[in-house]
Design a protein around this ligand. Sequence first.
Ligand code: ATP
Ligand code: PRP
Length: 226
Amino acid sequence: MNTQASQAADSSQLILALSKGRIFEDTLPLLAAAGITVTENPETSRKLILPTNDPNVRVLIVRASDVPTYVQHGAADFGVAGKDVLFEHGGEGLYQPIDLNIARCRMSVAVKAGFDYETAVRQGARLRVATKFTEMARQHFAKKGVHVDLIKLYGSMELAPLVGLSDAIVDLVSTGSTLRANNLVEVEEIMDISSRLVVNQAALKLKRARLQPILAAFERASAQAK
Ligand SMILES: Nc1ncnc2c1ncn2[C@@H]1O[C@H](COP(=O)(O)OP(=O)(O)OP(=O)(O)O)[C@@H](O)[C@H]1O
Ligand SMILES: O=P(O)(O)OC[C@H]1O[C@H](OP(=O)(O)OP(=O)(O)O)[C@H](O)[C@@H]1O
């Protein structure tokens, strides 16, 4: 077992997986409610394992889409991940007790202004859809009975319809300003998105005494923030 995984396996140690940016920022107040302060800032530190005020609690800084993988394999005991990321991962090996109501947005279909999406769908056209969220898109269009060719991208999805790579995109929308700035319009909302706490199923049993007060504090703090 590697060092991180063996740290996670030590029942006195708790390892939390977080991504930099909005999830890290929005999780800080929840950690504070559990009496935990992260003592280094991932925006300025190059460290990937951050200490906290509690010598038994450490934070792993990972890509947002990698959080479920670290927790599933027990390299982290718990983590915070968006519903979008969990949907793509599938949730295997993860206990998902709490919707933290942070990083709220929605998953939507968007097209270039002027593209008649409704007519294309009604006429049974085969649509080219660019997205990072291929599982979400696959299920959405299968449910609607729309034939699609999915084009996997890893970011800047908004560009695809502008340069003729796709007819539509499936992406996250919050204020809508990225769509507006790129002359795109939202034509369908697929689902509301927020982030959830995810816990390794073995850690939940073996470290229940350590985890339970933290889960309870997260639950109280996220309910207050609603
Ligand atoms: N504009 C937004 N407003 C609110 N929440 C958002 C927004 N965009 C994404 N999110 C949520 O925050 C999560 C983390 O987003 P973030 O931008 O930090 O990671 P990412 O760059 O999409 O992931 P990766 O690094 O794995 O490609 C997303 O999975 C989603 O649930
Ligand atoms: O509706 P808005 O408020 O404009 O937010 C939507 C944007 O937010 C996300 O990108 P993000 O800011 O996370 O950038 P990234 O995809 O490069 O990480 C998403 O992929 C959209 O591009």
